[in-house]
Design a binder for this molecule. Structure first.
Ligand SMILES: *[C@@H]1O[C@H](CO)[C@@H](O)[C@H](O)[C@H]1NC(C)=O
Ligand SMILES: *[C@@H]1O[C@H](CO)[C@@H](O)[C@H](O)[C@H]1NC(C)=O
Ligand SMILES: *[C@@H]1O[C@H](CO)[C@@H](O)[C@H](O)[C@H]1NC(C)=O
Ligand SMILES: *[C@@H]1O[C@H](CO)[C@@H](O)[C@H](O)[C@H]1NC(C)=O
Ligand SMILES: *[C@@H]1O[C@H](CO)[C@@H](O)[C@H](O)[C@H]1NC(C)=O
Ligand SMILES: *[C@@H]1O[C@H](CO)[C@@H](O)[C@H](O)[C@H]1NC(C)=O
Ligand SMILES: *[C@@H]1O[C@H](CO)[C@@H](O)[C@H](O)[C@H]1NC(C)=O
Ligand SMILES: *[C@@H]1O[C@H](CO)[C@@H](O)[C@H](O)[C@H]1NC(C)=O
Ligand SMILES: [Cu+2]
Length: 510
């Protein structure tokens, strides 16, 4: 595992709107083999995909010994985001939280919720041995110190590579007030669930007797394959009340009755169902009511056939992942440069199947290798329905994350999407406004957004292994015809590519 010279750090603080962050990425000699890319997860980067970061999508690698400076512009984001490496699995250690504070207001305070007495950033991470909580830079189990009677804002980031996590605090409720840097209606819950890539801001009232209480995380495991069974350890941190008291000799209280079981599909679905946008005059909902581009996108596991069933994956094959039956193939140049220089060709593909059926034949499990894109007109009103599958008997959740835009999650459900009846149940009033949506196990999720950010934007599962295995595509949003609706010119320096392909072949999604 490569280590980069940019190390995890305490959260960087910014104020809403128009702030610029310059993130200089130096790739040191320690990275003699690895080459890296950085990405500010959830920052929209208006008209500026050049500074977005994912490998072979918007740039080629930053070679060892060289540097590249990312310009980051915050616009509508308010709340908690994070940044991480976007190359292979380097984000396991190379990441950090970003807190975007509201603009200074005169009308009674910066936050649209009860003013917290203090704030705490919690980054949930995973290393190859165990899952741990981190606080700032230290990878140690830690204590959150609180004072009785006070209210705390916990800004929680799931930076784990491949694990959805339930989290509960013994004896205390959690009140979500924001997610993915957008405010949500406060609800009271005894637990939360957070997928890789997502952030959630919750209020916690320290209203219990003086003492220590466990904060416990547990994997939400939606996959039933035995080959992905995991270490069932509970991950713990401690909420400790300050004060003049003799700590109990027994262990802190454990949230046994509130922390969902690790196969808690219902707990995960019902928590997400309750998350709604705040929707006030200051924080309106702009969910598109009409749609001009509908996309139905399969997000699926799959296999690459191994001779004589000699591999450890399903039916002795290697695991793969795909979107609409296409699995990733890295080109030698990045798609953004090919698009900007118009050195690319697009092919069309069409398929039709029932993908959530049981016992699907093996031949539908093998994805085609290729680079998939979808070209959208500027400001197109887009709906994407992500459909999970049970191919190859390996249904689980997927965390679809879009760069360059946030989107409204207007609906989701279990089973095959019903294009006649399911849209009737869409929430067009207060859907959550997120940058990462969880597609339920063997289910679907529908998102809507205006494609108003010209550029080349990565769309992928935030389970790192699914991304590596190919669950990804790219949305190309065309220019809008004026200078202010067109992609910015490239910076003077872009990291060079290995091969300047004369023409990049891309496949258009239906
Ligand atoms: C970054 O690279 C440029 C050359 O592209 C060089 O002039 C500059 O000194 C480097 N900066 C740092 C901090 O290494
Ligand atoms: C699970 O992880 C914990 C923490 O790293 C470790 O102590 C324990 O031995 C592991 N258990 C198994 C069965 O691997
Ligand atoms: C995790 O906590 C539960 C109590 O909810 C307990 O039953 C279980 O044994 C713990 N798991 C491990 C591996 O310690
Ligand atoms: C697969 O099995 C056949 C028959 O046992 C054998 O001839 C062949 O060498 C095997 N192929 C591989 C790649 O192991
Ligand atoms: C797809 O398969 C599922 C599971 O067998 C079944 O319930 C559903 O009716 C099928 N859908 C269609 C359109 O055939
Ligand atoms: C898969 O194989 C079945 C027979 O097992 C066949 O009927 C079907 O047409 C094949 N489908 C594809 C997409 O090749
Ligand atoms: C996926 O692509 C592979 C390889 O081209 C093909 O054999 C298979 O039939 C495709 N599956 C579906 C469901 O179209
Ligand atoms: C995008 O479309 C909406 C209506 O669908 C319109 O109100 C808005 O002005 C458009 N934005 C731009 C930048 O053209
Ligand atoms: Cu996935």
């Amino acid at each position: 595992m490569a280590a980069a010279t940019v190390q995890p750090q305490r959260a960087s603080l910014f104020r809403h709107g128009g702030c610029w962050l310059l993130l200089r990425c130096l790739v040191g000699a320690a990275l003699s083999l690895a080459r890296v890319y950085y990405y500010e997860h959830g920052v929209k980067q208006p008209r500026n995909p050049w500074h977005d970061g994912p490998e072979y999508i918007t740039q080629c690698p930053i070679a060892p010994g060289t540097n590249f400076t990312y310009e980051v512009q915050f616009t509508t984001e308010e709340g908690t985001l994070w940044w991480h490496a976007h190359s292979d699995w380097t984000r396991v250690t190379v990441h950090g939280a970003i807190v975007i504070l509201p603009p200074e207001r005169t009308d009674g305070g910066p936050y649209p919720f009860t003013k917290p007495d203090a704030e705490e950033v919690i980054v949930l991470v995973f290393n190859l041995r165990a899952q741990l909580f981190t606080h700032g830079s230290a990878y140690t189990t830690y204590k959150v110190m609180v004072e009785q009677g006070k209210t705390y804002l916990l800004r929680i980031v799931n930076a784990i590579l491949d694990v959805d996590l339930f989290l509960s605090v013994a004896g205390h409720n959690l009140t979500p007030v924001g997610s993915d840097a957008s405010y949500v209606k406060p609800i009271t819950s005894s637990y939360i669930v957070l997928s890789p890539g997502q952030t959630i801001d919750v209020l916690l009232s320290a209203d219990r007797p003086l003492g220590c209480y466990y904060i416990v995380g547990r994997q939400y495991s939606s996959n039933s394959l035995s080959i992905v069974d995991y270490n069932h350890s509970n991950v713990t941190a401690i909420l400790e009340y300050r004060g003049d008291y003799t700590p109990s000799a027994s262990p802190p209280e454990f949230p046994s009755s509130t922390l969902p079981i690790y196969k808690g599909n219902f707990a995960a679905l019902s928590f997400r169902e309750r998350i709604r946008s705040l929707v006030t005059g200051d924080h309106p909902s702009n969910v598109p009511r009409e749609v001009s581009m509908r996309m139905f996108v399969l997000v699926s596991m799959g296999v690459l056939i191994c001779p004589n069933s000699s591999c450890v994956g399903v039916y002795g094959n290697r695991m793969a992942s795909s979107m609409t039956n296409f699995s990733r193939m890295n080109p030698t140049t990045d798609i953004l440069q090919a698009y900007y220089r118009q050195t690319y060709r697009i092919f069309i593909l069409n398929i039709d199947h029932n993908f959530t059926a049981d016992d699907l034949p093996l031949n539908v499990s093998v994805p085609t290798k290729g680079r998939m894109v979808k070209v959208l007109n500027f400001n197109e009103s887009v709906e994407i329905v992500f459909q999970g599958t049970n191919i190859p008997d390996a249904a689980e959740t997927h965390q679809m994350h879009l760069h360059g835009h946030s989107f409204y999650v207007v609906g989701s459900g279990v089973g095959d999407f019903d294009e006649v009846n399911d849209p009737k149940g869409y929430n067009l009033v207060d859907p959550p406004y997120l940058n990462t949506v969880t597609v339920p196990k063997s289910g679907w999720a529908a998102i809507r957004f205006a494609a108003n950010n010209p550029g080349v934007w990565f769309l992928h599962c935030h389970f790192e292994k699914h991304l590596t295995w190919g669950m990804e595509t790219v949305l190309i949003v065309k220019d809008g015809g004026s200078a202010s609706t067109s992609i910015l010119p490239p910076p003077a320096y872009m990291p060079p590519c290995d091969g300047e392909a004369s023409s990049l072949n891309l496949v258009s999604m239906v």
